[in-house]
Design a protein around this ligand. Structure first.
Ligand code: SF4
Ligand code: FES
Length: 264
C-alpha cells in the first residue's frame, strides 16, 4: 500500500519528503511559516517559537514537528499571528533595534517579520540593554544589543567551522552572547569572515565591517519582496528550472537565508 505523503497547511495540500519537518515541507512548497531560529543547514533549535502552528488541534513548533501523512496544519490564523506579534514585540524591546539607523535594515529577518506580521509598535516598555559592542576583530563588528539569542552563530561556529567561538551565558534578562577567548574579545579568536558563523545572523548583531552601505537602503533583500513573497517566488523559480545567482541559491535549501547575500 502506498502512503500518500502530504499534509494540509491552511487548507493547501503540501507534499513532504522522508524526514522533513512541517516547516521544511512548507518552505520547500513555497508556503510561508514565520521563523527566526531555523536555518536549513542546521537541526531544529525550537527556541524562538515564531513558527508555532496548530497541528491536528495542538500547538507545536513547525521546525521541530515531523511531517506525518494527513496532518491538518493551521498557521496563518489571526490567533497565531497575534501571538507571533507579541513574540516579536518582546524581541524588539529586550534588545536595541533602531531599524532606521541600522546597517542591516532591509536585510534583517526580525525587521522583515515585523512588517510581515504587521507589528505597528513595540507595545511593551523598552529595556534599552547595555550589553556592549565588540569592535576588536579586524573584519567583523559584534553588537550584542541586537542579538536575539537564536544561537545560529553558536551552532555554525561549533558544528560547521569547528571553532566554538560563541556561546550564550546568563539567564533571562541577563542572557548575552560571550566569546570564547581569554579576554572575551572577538579579535582574540580564530573567527574569520569566511566562517559560516559570520553569515548566519538573522539580525545586525554580527556584521562585516566596511560594507555596511555598499548596497543602498531601498535595494536590499526585503525592500521590495516580503519574506512571504520570497518563499513563494523561490518555489516558482525552482519549478520553472531557472538558474539563479548565489543569493537565491540559498533558497533551494528551503528557507530564506537572510545572510546569504553580500552584506549591504
Ligand atoms: S549574534 Fe546573531 S546569530 Fe548569534 S545568537 Fe545573536 S542573533 Fe543569533
Ligand atoms: S523557527 Fe521554530 S521555534 Fe524558531
Amino acid at each position: 500500500m502506498t502512503i500518500e505523503r502530504y499534509i494540509t497547511i491552511d487548507g493547501e495540500i503540501v507534499h513532504f519528503g522522508a524526514g522533513q519537518t512541517i516547516l521544511q515541507a512548507a518552505l520547500a512548497a513555497g508556503v510561508f511559516i514565520p521563523h527566526l531560529c531555523f536555518h536549513p543547514d542546521f537541526g531544529p533549535h525550537a527556541s524562538c517559537k515564531l513558527c508555532t502552528v496548530t497541528v491536528d488541534g495542538r500547538n507545536g513548533s513547525a521546525c521541530a514537528t515531523p511531517a506525518m501523512p494527513g496532518q491538518e496544519v493551521h498557521s496563518d490564523t489571526p490567533e497565531l499571528n497575534a501571538r507571533r506579534r507579541v513574540l516579536l514585540q518582546m524581541l524588539f524591546v529586550e534588545g536595541n533595534h533602531f531599524c532606521p539607523g541600522c546597517a542591516k535594515s532591509g536585510n534583517c529577518k526580525l525587521q522583515a517579520l515585523g512588517y510581515e506580521l504587521e507589528m505597528f509598535n513595540a507595545h511593551y516598555a523598552h529595556f534599552y540593554p547595555n550589553r556592549g559592542l565588540d569592535a576588536s576583530h579586524p573584519d567583523i563588528l559584534l553588537d550584542r544589543n541586537r542579538c536575539i539569542m537564536c544561537e545560529l552563530c553558536v551552532r555554525a561556529s561549533r558544528d560547521v567551522d569547528g571553532k566554538s567561538v560563541f556561546a550564550l551565558a546568563g539567564r533571562g534578562r541577563a542572557s548575552h552572547l560571550v566569546i570564547n577567548s581569554p579576554s572575551g574579545k572577538l579579535g582574540e579568536t580564530e573567527f574569520a569572515l569566511s566562517d559560516k558563523a559570520a553569515h548566519v545572523c538573522p539580525v545586525g548583531a554580527i556584521m562585516p565591517k566596511r560594507v555596511g552601505y555598499s548596497v543602498p537602503i531601498g535595494e536590499r533583500q526585503f525592500d521590495h519582496d516580503s519574506l512571504r513573497q520570497k518563499v513563494k517566488k523561490h518555489t516558482e523559480w525552482r519549478s520553472s528550472g531557472e538558474e539563479r545567482d548565489g543569493a537565491t541559491k540559498e533558497l533551494v535549501n528551503g528557507s530564506v537565508a537572510v545572510n546569504s547575500v553580500k552584506e549591504g
